[in-house]
Write a protein that binds this ligand. Structure first.
Ligand SMILES: [Zn+2]
Length: 268
């Protein structure tokens, strides 16, 4: 069966780590790969303040758009408030920029974000929530305030349609061989080492992956419901996530010296 991979780069903003982004951009250009880029339009997250403010940043986003990279709206300011994980559609963390706020508040953030993009001549076509954390109110606000109808998130094997939006699943954080399906590989260039970027280049150009990497424009969007297999994979994904969380907690409680003597310590 056919396997396809999309490459996604998170947390582009005027204070991103330019050296890492330059390196990764060269790697992708060498292979002619057009990724999806999650751009924060008005970053206020100090974790993403790595370099000084780059006044040429938005010109760079326009250049990405011109060469066929897909620009995604990555929230508004990348600032989080605490929220119970069970209230999220994708319960990865217990914080969110959007979930839990009133629909009016969420709509205002999305409206402001959309306007900032428009002011720079950019129309994002995909929604990527900071930290994957959002709720149904976020999606309603997104539909009301923007023409964006694609979400890059969700745990499934293929593209699906839910809540009036096309979902392109995002399930990987490194290129890893899969027997079939559509897989988005989410990378965070700001926190990658140069060694990791080199390793990524090696994988990218290998026979296993190169011909299977597509761009957003290659994804055929269908109003497809999630299949039984998609749902089974999602159950497995979240069960495994729960086990890993429990192991992390155990490691923190036991301390590194005790933990390293356990036979399964290399799993976490
Ligand atoms: Zn982010």
């Amino acid at each position: 069966m056919n396997t396809q991979y999309l490459i996604r780069l998170d947390d582009a903003c005027p204070t991103m780590d330019a050296v890492k982004w330059d390196a990764l951009e060269s790697v992708l250009d060498e292979s002619g790969i057009k990724p999806l880029v999650a751009v924060v339009p008005d970053n206020k997250d100090s974790m993403l303040e790595i370099d000084g403010y780059d006044p040429a940043f938005w010109g760079r986003v326009l250049d990405w758009q011109k060469k066929g990279w897909t620009i995604a709206m990555h929230g508004f300011q990348h600032l989080f408030h605490p929220i119970e994980r069970k209230r999220l559609l994708m319960p990865f963390y217990d914080h969110s920029e959007f979930a839990g706020l009133s629909e009016q508040e969420q709509a205002k953030k999305i409206r402001n974000s959309w306007q900032l993009f428009l002011d720079r001549g950019i129309e994002p076509t995909v929604w990527i929530a900071p930290a994957h954390c959002f709720d149904l109110g976020t999606l309603r606000a997104l539909r009301a305030e923007t023409p964006i109808r694609i979400v890059n998130d969700g745990i499934a094997c293929k593209q699906f349609y839910e809540h009036g939006l096309y979902w392109i699943p995002q399930q990987l954080w490194a290129l890893s061989r899969k027997p079939f399906g559509l897989w988005t590989v989410c990378l965070h260039p700001n926190s990658m080492t140069m060694k990791q970027i080199e390793a990524f280049r090696d994988k990218l150009t290998s026979d296993i992956f190169r011909s299977r990497i597509i761009s957003m424009g290659d994804v055929y969007l269908r109003k497809r419901k999630r299949s039984l297999l998609d749902r089974a994979y999602s159950v497995w994904f979240w069960q495994r996530d729960g086990i890993f969380r429990a192991l992390y907690l155990l490691r923190n409680r036991l301390g590194a010296s005790v933990w390293e003597k356990l036979p399964f310590c290399s799993l976490v």
